[in-house]
Structure formats: structure tokens, C-alpha cells
Design a protein around this ligand. Structure first.
Ligand code: C2E
Ligand code: CA
Ligand code: CA
Length: 438
């Protein structure tokens, strides 16, 4: 077995070139002998977090262990190469069939997933893998590399640990390219809409604000799941435009026409990518000026994982927004990997408990405990706390009793168009909320 050494690898020494050379050599051999070979690309998920939390020395030791674990899963003629920061490639030679690549993938991922004991810590690392086979999926080295990369992307998009390149991957690829094209068109044609989901002050039983959520009705496919088109917009770079559009539309609606009371706020989702945009802060400033928005009524929601993936950048951008008077909220709290040290430093005024802990909390004691500890944590840090995903009265009552400040969910109201919101606000909204809070 050829295992290439894994001593801390400076950027320049990642073995991409070596990979291309090996593939050329082995593809030529496979052509000659009429055999198959597979290329597996493995990314370590959220590995940056290990470096941030434990330092590069620990990170490098984990990489060494990962490389050794991969090697242990391979046969004598196979090869593992470290091709990027948190990226490895494996070449399986003389493959009997495509299913063998699948077996190897499972074995490799199981090896990586076993805890890593490094510097007195037990660390969990998770790999994501994409595989493609020559000549079944590709007829040249570059095609094979592209196919393996697109299989990893497919796995990531579908929240899977691994994917083997196949016809459906290819279809999916075309599909998502298609979606990106239509996204551009939709943006140019103004086909996006904002829906608004009311939020309630749980302790007082009154409306506290709304969250703006993007909607897209595709001419042929109908309603597209926001998580799908937001992910496509993020990959294609259109997310900046989409976010600027939603900030402007939301502020215009809220402050020009519909604003339902002086103490209510409008929450808008901010994609992770925008935290890196030098234009964000100026853009938010202009938008609040144009639409006459009170800045302390504007809440920007950023997911926990976006904040924690690069806390220094997040701190910089969020501090600038905070100084302008904008309120900030950590979305999907509990699903990421928060460092309490950073949490304390971030100028954030609100935590949103992810709906996955709330939806079932009446039946699930574990969820209830998590929700209570997030409420306590938020209050300890002088933040308010919003529970999302309130789907029934029992959960609503529980949250009131647990001291949760705000809530949002289908039991209170579903996201709705601006016209529906106007009607909802005019009719019996307050009476309804009071009734629900009782
Ligand atoms: P999110 O920010 O966590 O938004 C909350 C999601 O939970 C919304 O899904 C909402 O419809 C749903 N929800 C609300 N109450 C309940 C409930 O009681 N039960 C259940 N099961 N679900 C509930 P939606 O609208 O599909 O949005 C999904 C995600 O897409 C959002 O998650 C957000 O991450 C993203 N998103 C939506 N609009 C935008 C946008 O304009 N910009 C960005 N960057 N992301 C957006
Ligand atoms: Ca949100
Ligand atoms: Ca959320």
C-alpha cells in the first residue's frame, strides 16, 4: 500500500499534482488491462472548527490520524493523498465493480468517525465522500476528478455521508444548474416574494414582530423549498442580491405601509456569505435610511454555524451592525457548535432555539431540558430568547412556564403574504394571541 506521509503539510505541498500524475498513470494502466479504478474524494466536515477550537497543532495530529485510518481501510495497491486543507483523495485500483467503491467508502468513513484521542481530548471528526469510477462514469482524468467532486457536492446537498456518481447525480447536477439559471431569471423578473411569520411575546400575549421569509414560485415546478433555492443562491453567488432585495422589501413593507405597532420588530435572515461582504454594513445603513426604519426594530438573524465558522469575521461585521443600532439574533441555536467564549463577545441580543428541539418538546424530556438550558443560557448572557416551531398549545404553555420570551410557529400563525398579514392584523389578531397565551 502506498501511504503518503502526513507530517503537517504546508499549503504548497498538498498533493494535487501528485494526484493528477497518479491518475494519468493508473488510467493508462486500466485502459491497457481493461480494468476499472475509482477516485474517492473525502472532505472532513467542519474541520476548521477543530483548528479554531483546539489549535493547528491538534488539527495536524487529527489529520495524521485520519490519513492513517483511511490507509488502514485500503488494500495494498490503493493510495491516499492529502490534497487540500481538509481534503483527501483515494485511488482504488483494479476495482471489481462499482459496488466495491461503495464498500470502501463505508469502511473509510467508519474508520474516520471513530473518536480521535489527541492531546488528552477525544475529538469526533466526520467525513463526507464522493466517488466516481473509470471508465463507468468518466473517460479521462479530468472528467473523473469532476465526477468525484460533483458526487461530494451531491452528498453535501442531500445531507448524506457519501455519494457515488451515477446517472441520478448527473441529473441532479443538471437540475441544480437549471435552478441556478432560473434563479437569475426569477431575480430579473421580480418573481420572489416575502412571506411574514408573526412572532409573539409569550409572557404578555401580544404580537412582537414578524420574520420575513423568502418565497419563490417557479413557473413550471411550482413552489420551490426555500432551503433548496437559498442553497442554490449561495453556491451561485446570487445570495447577496437576494438578501439585499429581501432587506429592502421587508423594510419598505414594515415601515412604510404595514407597521403594526411601535414596539414590533422585523426579522430578516442573513446568509453566512454576507458576513464576509464589505458592502453589507453600508447597504443596511442605506436601506434603513431610505425606508425610515427605526434601527432598533430591525433584527438580522444569522445562523449559529455561520457565526462560528469564522468568529473573527463575524465579530467584525456584527459589531459594525450593532454600532449602527441594528439588533442581531443567532438562528438555529443548538444545531451548531458554539464557543461560549465567542458567544459572550458577540454583540447579539437574541437566541433563537432551533425548531428541532421545540416541535416535540411536549413528548421528549431531552428536548425539554435542552430548551430550558438555552433559555437559561440566553438570560445569563442578557439575551432574549425566541422559540420557533411551536405547533400546538401544549408546547406554547410549556414555553410560557419555562420563561421563554418570544415564540413563533404554526400554532400562532403560519408564514403569509403581506396581503394576508394585513388582514390577519386587522381582524382578531390580538384577541387571538391573548387567547393563545392564556
Ligand atoms: P429559518 O430561518 O429557521 O426559518 C424558519 C423556518 O421554519 C421557516 O421555513 C418557517 O416556515 C418554518 N416554521 C415556522 N414555524 C414552524 C412550525 O411551527 N413548524 C415547522 N415544522 N416549521 C415552522 P422556510 O420558510 O421554509 O425557510 C427555511 C429556511 O430558509 C429558513 O430557516 C432560512 O434559513 C432560509 N431562508 C428563508 N428565507 C430566507 C431569506 O430571505 N434569506 C436567507 N438567507 N435565508 C432564508
Ligand atoms: Ca430565521
Ligand atoms: Ca431557525
Amino acid at each position: 500500500m502506498t501511504v503518503v506521509t502526513m507530517a503537517p503539510v504546508p499549503i504548497m505541498q498538498f498533493q494535487r499534482r501528485r494526484l493528477r500524475e497518479e491518475l494519468d498513470k493508473r488510467i493508462a494502466g486500466a485502459r491497457e488491462q481493461d480494468t476499472r479504478l475509482a477516485l474517492l474524494v473525502i472532505n472532513l466536515q467542519e474541520f476548521r472548527q477543530v483548528n479554531i477550537s483546539f489549535g493547528h497543532q491538534v488539527g495536524d495530529q487529527v489529520l495524521e490520524q485520519v490519513s492513517a485510518r483511511i490507509a488502514a481501510a485500503l488494500r495494498i495497491d490503493d493510495m491516499v493523498l492529502h490534497i487540500g486543507n481538509d481534503e483527501f483523495a483515494v485511488i482504488l485500483s483494479d476495482l471489481k465493480g462499482v459496488q466495491v467503491a461503495q464498500l470502501a467508502a463505508e469502511k473509510i468513513l467508519a474508520g474516520i468517525a471513530e473518536n480521535h484521542a489527541v492531546a488528552g481530548q477525544m475529538l469526533a471528526v466526520c467525513g463526507r465522500l464522493g466517488a466516481a469510477v473509470f471508465p463507468d462514469h468518466a473517460s479521462s482524468r479530468d472528467e473523473l476528478m469532476r465526477a468525484a467532486d460533483s458526487a461530494v457536492q451531491f452528498a453535501a446537498d442531500h445531507h448524506r455521508d457519501y455519494a457515488i456518481y451515477d446517472a441520478s447525480t448527473r441529473l441532479q447536477e443538471r437540475d441544480s444548474a437549471d435552478l441556478r439559471g432560473s434563479l437569475r431569471e426569477a431575480m430579473d423578473n421580480d418573481d420572489f416574494m416575502l412571506y411574514y411569520q408573526p412572532q409573539m411575546n409569550l409572557q404578555q400575549g401580544v404580537l412582537s414582530g414578524c420574520e420575513a421569509l423568502s418565497r419563490w414560485k417557479h413557473a413550471r415546478r411550482g413552489w420551490i423549498n426555500p432551503e433548496v433555492f437559498i442553497a442554490a443562491a449561495e453556491r451561485s453567488g446570487l445570495i447577496d442580491e437576494l438578501t439585499y432585495w429581501s432587506i429592502n422589501v421587508a423594510l419598505r413593507k414594515w415601515f412604510e405601509f404595514e407597521r403594526p405597532g411601535p414596539d414590533t420588530s422585523i426579522s430578516i435572515n442573513l446568509s453566512a456569505r454576507l458576513l464576509h461582504s464589505p458592502e453589507l454594513v453600508g447597504m443596511v445603513e442605506r436601506a434603513t435610511n431610505i425606508w425610515g426604519a427605526r434601527r432598533d426594530s430591525v433584527v438580522l438573524e444569522v445562523t449559529e454555524s455561520a457565526m462560528m465558522s469564522d468568529p473573527k469575521v463575524a465579530l467584525h461585521t456584527l459589531s459594525a451592525l450593532h454600532e449602527m443600532g441594528i439588533r442581531l439574533s443567532i438562528d438555529d441555536f443548538g444545531t451548531g457548535y458554539s464557543s461560549l467564549a465567542y458567544l459572550k463577545k458577540l454583540p447579539v441580543s437574541e437566541l433563537k432555539i432551533d425548531k428541532s428541539f421545540v416541535i416535540q418538546m411536549a413528548e421528549n424530556r431531552q428536548d425539554r431540558k435542552i430548551v430550558q438550558s438555552v433559555i437559561d443560557l440566553a438570560h445569563t448572557l442578557d439575551m432574549s430568547v425566541v422559540a420557533e416551531g411551536i405547533e400546538n398549545r401544549q408546547v406554547l404553555d410549556m414555553l410560557v412556564g419555562m420563561g421563554c420570551d418570544y415564540g413563533q410557529g404554526y400554532f400562532i400563525a403560519r408564514p403569509m403574504s403581506d396581503a394576508a398579514l394585513s388582514e390577519w392584523l386587522e381582524t382578531d389578531e390580538l384577541a387571538l394571541l391573548e387567547h393563545r397565551a392564556r
